[in-house]
Design a protein. Structure first.
Ligand code: UDX
Ligand code: UDX
Length: 450
């Protein structure tokens, strides 16, 4: 099939390359000419496992072409996927739809009757209907469908090629047939396929993100209670997760969620529900957001306590800048928010990340960055573990103890094994878990204690 993918950021670049990989003729379109020439030269806009390879394959096959022209898009194909961003509005918690609107307005004069515009961007419920009404005037005979994606950064290629489910929101059997044809290899592989109305498809995406965000904030709230009660959230989470009705995923306590989706999606969902008169139904989302943001503040407070009550004149080593591992994305990164707060309160902050240093530097140029872990930790009074990269789990605590000034670790992601750190002489603080201190534990026969 011939399709276009408009907006070649995280979602669009992956979708375009994967669609070419499964055999479609794809035109990727973006307003950013630099991004388009980089893609055409095989350079992906983001660090994403497997994307470079699949992009190279798509370009070599000749099935992926790139352009900056919406007129060319309309002339090339009759199925157009919209993958532009829908960030939070600068003046409210609602979603900013200006980019989606710009694409539809840009395409409209060129669309042929029979064209299908398929939204993938995460939007407030009712957007597809609004855009369809607009196109009915400017471009009669065209149709709008919604086909949300559920890809996670760090496994975006895998999530696109082997999704857990496909959802299409359509108003005609023809649109459903087109989308079934686009995803034919996935359907052959028995991926569950849900065909519904556009409003339900739009809602499915924000509801899924709201549920996952709720799970994370729930376990972080439990970590707060564990802190107050002297209990261990790691064990609590493992036991909860062993109940098949609850499940173990998205029960990792720590610094909370960030990134370009969960924070803005739950806010936009609440804002849209309020517009629809259903504010009360999603009031829980405000609490989810508050619990989430509180984890950043609590991490900063705990770090300050571990430094004896002030950041002034202290040196803090930060491990991790990306909002999650296997990604170079720093959009709304909890790690960088904590690093920046420590800096503002007077600490000298050195940041390490395996992939996200350039992006982090662009947002917070005042922090110091290095790609060498011992260098970042040199003479540090405190090491903050803020993004759970695998590489940090493989660190040698004894070797690192030699370079720091004080062997004190705050594992804000609750994902390092504290035992080897403790054995190497470190004081280890993990939110929601009893403090691990060599001094205290030797007093009590090597037991973990408060
Ligand atoms: C996607 C979106 O689908 C969003 O709704 C969802 O919540 C998260 O995933 P993402 O892929 O992260 O957004 O966006 P981003 O990486 O910012 O890329 C958007 C691309 O669209 C950029 O390359 C930008 O240049 C392009 N764009 C933007 C256009 O081509 N036209 C425009 O008018 C605006
Ligand atoms: C999310 C959704 O998972 C995906 O389906 C949707 O399409 C886009 O939004 P993403 O933002 O890439 O994907 O990452 P995800 O793995 O969901 O993690 C989001 C944030 O939650 C990260 O900051 C992560 O560190 C945090 N997280 C995740 C936790 O704090 N605890 C967990 O148990 C899981």
């Amino acid at each position: 099939m011939r399709i276009t993918v408009i907006g070649t950021g995280y979602v669009g670049a992956v979708h375009a390359a994967c669609m070419a990989d499964i055999g479609h003729e794809v035109l990727g379109v973006d307003v950013d000419a630099e991004r388009i020439s980089a893609l055409a030269a095989g350079r992906a806009p983001v660090h994403e496992p497997g994307l470079d390879e699949i992009l190279a394959r798509a370009l070599a096959s000749g099935r992926l072409r790139l352009s900056t022209s919406l007129a060319e898009a309309a002339a090339t194909a009759s199925t157009h996927f919209i993958c532009v961003g829908t960030p939070q509005r600068p003046d409210s918690k609602a979603a900013d739809l200006r980019y989606v609107d710009a694409v539809v307005d840009g395409l409209a004069p060129h669309l042929r009757p029979g064209s299908l515009v398929v939204g993938k961007s995460t939007v407030p419920v009712g957007t597809a209907a609004r855009l369809a009404a607009r196109l009915a005037v400017t471009s009669p005979g065209t149709e709008v469908a919604w086909n949300p994606e559920f890809l996670r950064e760090g496994s975006a290629v895998e999530d696109t090629l082997r999704p857990a489910r496909l959802v299409v929101g359509v108003v005609s059997a023809r649109a459903e047939a087109v989308l079934r044809a686009v995803y034919a290899p996935m359907l052959r592989a028995k991926v569950p396929f849900f065909s519904t109305d556009p409003a339900t498809a739009e809602l499915v995406k924000v509801a899924a993100n709201a549920f996952l965000a709720t799970k994370i904030s729930f376990i972080n709230a439990m970590a707060e209670v564990c802190d107050a009660a002297g209990a261990d959230v790691t064990v609590l989470s493992a036991v909860l997760g062993a109940d098949p009705r609850i499940g173990p995923l998205f029960l990792q306590s720590g610094l909370g969620f960030g990134g370009s989706c969960f924070p803005k999606d739950i806010r936009a969902f609440a804002a849209r529900a309020a517009e629809l008169g259903a504010a009360e139904s999603v009031r829980i989302l405000h609490e989810i957001d508050r619990i989430n943001l509180r984890q950043r503040q609590r991490t900063v407070d705990r770090a300050r306590e571990l430094l004896g009550g002030t950041f002034e004149g202290r040196r803090v080593a930060v491990l991790g800048a990306a909002f999650k591992p296997d990604s170079d994305d720093v959009r709304d990164s909890p790690a960088l928010a904590v690093a920046e707060a420590a800096y503002r309160q007077g600490a000298e902050v050195l940041v390490h990340d395996p992939q996200a240093l350039d992006n982090a530097r662009a947002v917070f140029p005042e922090l110091t960055y290095a790609s060498d872990i011992p260098k970042v930790c040199e003479d540090a009074d405190l090491v903050l573990h803020l993004t759970p990269w695998q590489e940090y789990r493989e660190l040698d605590p004894a070797a690192l103890a030699e370079v720091v000034r004080e062997p004190v670790l705050l594992d804000a992601r609750n994902s390092l094994d504290p035992q080897p750190w403790w054995s190497a002489g470190w004081t280890v603080r993990v939110p929601g878990r009893p403090l691990l201190s060599p001094l205290l534990s030797s007093d009590r026969g090597g037991e973990r204690c408060m």
